[in-house]
Design a protein around this ligand. Structure first.
Ligand code: THU
Length: 161
């Protein structure tokens, strides 16, 4: 038996003011688009913004439904929009923010399990690591070099061969 650690690094910034211009701009877009979320059940508005290899920025929000499981997270709305409109374009960076109408929005949130699976496969499809920026409307910012790090030992198409 061997024991293996699977570590990954998270860069932690005190605030978005420490980010470079392009990361800061993307995070601001994710923060702003939270206001377009359709989240009348959770009152938890999530915004995601991605910059593509050609410099285009695309944004999305969570979309809920009275039949709760029908709701879709902002991250997967964004991946679907990009794949549909831009032919599965490579994503360089994705920023994710939120506005919690019932509380504070000052610490980073991280994608749910289903979104991690979707992000990992999008990276595989495009052969492009997606840098992930996580933050609330204010406060600390986390940066992770690639989405795959969030889902170690993941199930992929290779496993079905
Ligand atoms: N949600 C997202 O859109 N992204 C996340 O990373 C976490 C959760 C949404 C799903 C649901 O509409 C609401 O936030 C509360 O879970």
């Amino acid at each position: 038996m061997i024991k293996k650690d699977i570590p990954f690094a998270v860069e932690i910034y005190y605030s978005s003011e420490e980010l470079n211009e392009s990361d800061s701009e993307l995070l601001e877009q994710a923060r702003a688009i939270t206001q377009q979320a359709y989240a009348p059940y959770s009152n938890f508005r999530v915004g995601a913004a991605a910059i593509l290899a050609n410099g285009t920025i695309v944004t999305a929000t969570n979309q809920e439904n009275a039949s709760y499981p029908v709701g879709i997270c902002a991250e997967r709305v964004l991946l679907s929009a990009i794949a549909s409109q831009y032919g599965t374009a490579a994503i360089i960076t994705m920023a994710i923010s939120y506005d919690n109408l019932k509380g504070e929005s000052k610490s980073p949130i991280s994608p749910c399990g289903i979104c991690r699976q979707s992000l990992a496969e999008y990276e595989d499809r495009t052969h492009q690591p997606i840098k992930i920026i996580l933050a609330g409307l204010k406060g600390e910012v986390y940066i992770i070099e690639k989405a795959n790090y969030l889902l170690p030992l993941s199930f992929t198409a290779v496993d079905m061969k």
